[in-house]
Design a protein around this ligand. Structure first.
Ligand code: ADP
Ligand code: MG
Length: 561
């Protein structure tokens, strides 16, 4: 608009500096006051327009932040319909369907683009190349991984330190197609090329474009010729270009049936594992090496690592956690046990910011963290795993662990694209640390760093969740039934590894049903029943506690003891 004659404010001396800069001129109007003609250069407006588009993306994106999946798609389509209609119907600003007049054509080194399309083609090609480059750089960066993590599992992403609101708004500010027919074409391109694969999508786009603007027209000619040959009226009338949507449909169905991963799949070429790599070697005695990123924290004497006071959480009629008071001393392993549904997981959610308590306070290293968002709590130093595994299934083992590092790294989108030495060094350090963390589990995860998390065995997924949490360099590690689904040998192996982490300085709170694990590694045990703490103390004391026996075995058994 500021490069056209659409708005013509009356001329005053205020516009003088712009005239000197060559961005505006004074125009005489017959029988009226002089007006301003703005003609800000195309090259200035190109980034300007991108900026405006990004801001609009954020503006439209903000109200849809809570939506997911289909709902988000529908609202996006809705905006896609609304915006062009609004633009067409505000002629004062946009000159309606006619578009803006008086835009001066761009110039490079004295060469005027004029009205032919060739120079614009090269400009567009250049911009496409730039976009592809930016996508590539982002994909393998802290920001790109955070986006993928949100796509995979928003809650887990937040619990690993990703600020969901900020990153989702950032994603909305990146360019996207608005019109519905275009969106369908983009969908076909992506499915044809391969979801998540940049060369794939480029190839998909090329094929579709060639198909539409070249092949189909030729084919139409051939069909017409055939029609003339056999004397068929019908064949001579066929316009194959009109059937492009039908062809899109056929392509989609064929791809879904025969090649779901696309023409150039987002390949993670994973070499097959050797026999020794495949064979799990049960390791005993915990972790041999010590981890560089884990150090004991020095707290003022008497300050607990975690302290909760009067914590209460209700879900409708159920009080899942009831007036819970509880402390964890630094450098200890505390076991949290209790029957199913006694509120253990809810307690974790309250501490890690996934749920807000109805009343009560949570103090971490002496500071009140009640009600903070989950990504801030990770930054403070609490990381967790989930009872129901929440890995980023379509990301690799390494990428999962790198997302765990999100709270400990700084690179932003600009850094990710430009890759200055500081960002390179950070990424390098993050990868080295990720490998160090994966090495906790010996040869269980290391040979599989480039495998998708979703392809791992159940026990390995549990290990990966722990690795991802440890990668966040926590002070306090919360493990929700880490040995669930593991056989006895694997269980003991993991128990010893947890004990090793504790020896390096980590404080651990462990929900665990297997009492032998709790007995071997816990310094202290707390027992929940119906959301209330019914016992707390050293393992032997708790085992003798009658309330505990009753909660676990029922009254009759308790009476018989
Ligand atoms: P545990 O981990 O000890 O097995 P949970 O903390 O998962 O127990 O659950 C405690 C109680 O709270 C259960 O009765 C459960 O049904 C209820 N609960 C947990 N989360 C929710 C929720 N989001 N909505 C409603 N009820 C819930
Ligand atoms: Mg639970």
């Amino acid at each position: 608009m500021v490069a056209s004659t659409q708005i013509t404010p009356p001329w005053t001396d205020v516009w003088q500096p712009l005239q000197w800069l060559g961005l505006a001129s004074r125009a005489h109007v017959e029988g009226g006051l002089d007006v301003v003609h703005l003609h800000v250069s195309f090259w200035l407006m190109l980034p300007g327009a991108a900026l405006v588009a990004a801001l609009c993306g954020i503006l439209f994106g903000a109200p849809t932040l809570r939506l997911r999946g289909d709902y988000l798609a529908i609202v996006t389509l809705g905006f896609g319909e609304i915006v062009p209609i609004v633009v067409r119907n505000t002629p004062d600003w946009t000159n309606g369907p006619m578009g803006l007049n008086g835009v001066i054509s761009p110039q490079v080194f004295g060469f005027r683009f004029g009205v032919t399309s060739t120079p614009y083609y090269y400009l567009a090609a250049f911009l496409v190349a730039l976009l592809v480059f930016v996508s590539y750089r982002l994909k393998d960066s802290r920001i790109g991984r955070a986006w993928m993590a949100i796509r995979e599992d928003e809650i887990a992403a937040g619990a690993m330190g990703v600020n969901r609101t900020r990153l989702k708004l950032m994603a909305f500010s990146t360019p996207d197609m608005f019109q519905f027919p275009v969106s369908v074409m983009v969908l076909v391109m992506i499915v044809l090329g391969g979801m998540g694969s940049v060369p794939g999508v480029v190839l998909g786009a090329l094929i579709l474009q060639l198909l539409q603007s070249w092949f189909l027209q030729d084919l139409t000619q051939w069909v017409h010729a055939l029609g003339r040959l056999v004397g068929s009226e019908g064949l001579q009338q066929v316009e194959l270009v009109q059937t492009i949507e039908l062809i899109f449909g056929i392509i989609l169905v064929l791809m879904m049936l025969y090649r779901r991963e696309g023409l150039i799949p987002a390949s993670r070429t994973t070499a097959s594992l050797s026999l020794t790599e495949q064979a799990a070697m049960p390791s005993r005695g915990g972790i041999g090496v010590s981890l560089s990123g884990i150090r004991a924290v020095q707290l003022p004497a008497g300050t607990p690592m975690l302290e909760v006071l009067g914590l209460t959480k209700r879900f409708g009629g159920i009080t899942a956690v009831k007036d819970l008071g509880f402390t964890i001393d630094p450098r200890t392993v505390v076991g949290l046990i209790g029957p199913n549904g006694s509120g253990k997981t809810t307690f974790f959610n309250l501490v890690t910011g996934l749920d807000t308590p109805d009343s009560g306070r949570v103090f971490f290293m002496g500071e009140d963290i009640t009600g903070l968002p989950s990504h801030t709590i990770v930054e403070r130093g609490i990381a967790r795993t989930f009872q129901t595994l929440r890995l980023f299934a379509n990301m690799t083992v390494l990428e999962n662990v790198l997302v765990g590092m999100h709270a400990r790294t700084r690179a932003n989108a600009v850094g990710a694209v430009l890759l200055p030495p500081s960002v390179r060094a950070e990424e390098h350090g993050a990868r080295a640390w990720a490998m160090e963390v994966l090495a906790i589990f010996g040869n269980r995860l290391l040979p599989r760093v480039n495998h998708l998390a979703g392809s791992l065995s159940y026990a390995n997924r549990r290990r990966l969740e722990i690795a991802r949490a440890v990668a966040a360099r926590p002070r306090l590690l919360l493990l929700d039934e880490p040995t669930a689904g593991m056989n006895p040998a694997e269980t003991m192996e993991l128990a010893e590894q947890i004990r090793s982490l504790n020896k390096m300085g980590l404080t651990v709170l462990l929900i665990e049903h297997k009492l032998n694990v709790v007995n071997t590694i816990s310094d202290k045990v707390a027992v929940l029943d119906y959301g209330e703490k019914i016992a707390e103390g050293r393992v032997e004391e708790v085992h003798r506690n009658e309330d505990v026996i009753r909660a676990y075995l029922g009254r009759t058994a308790a009476a018989g003891i």
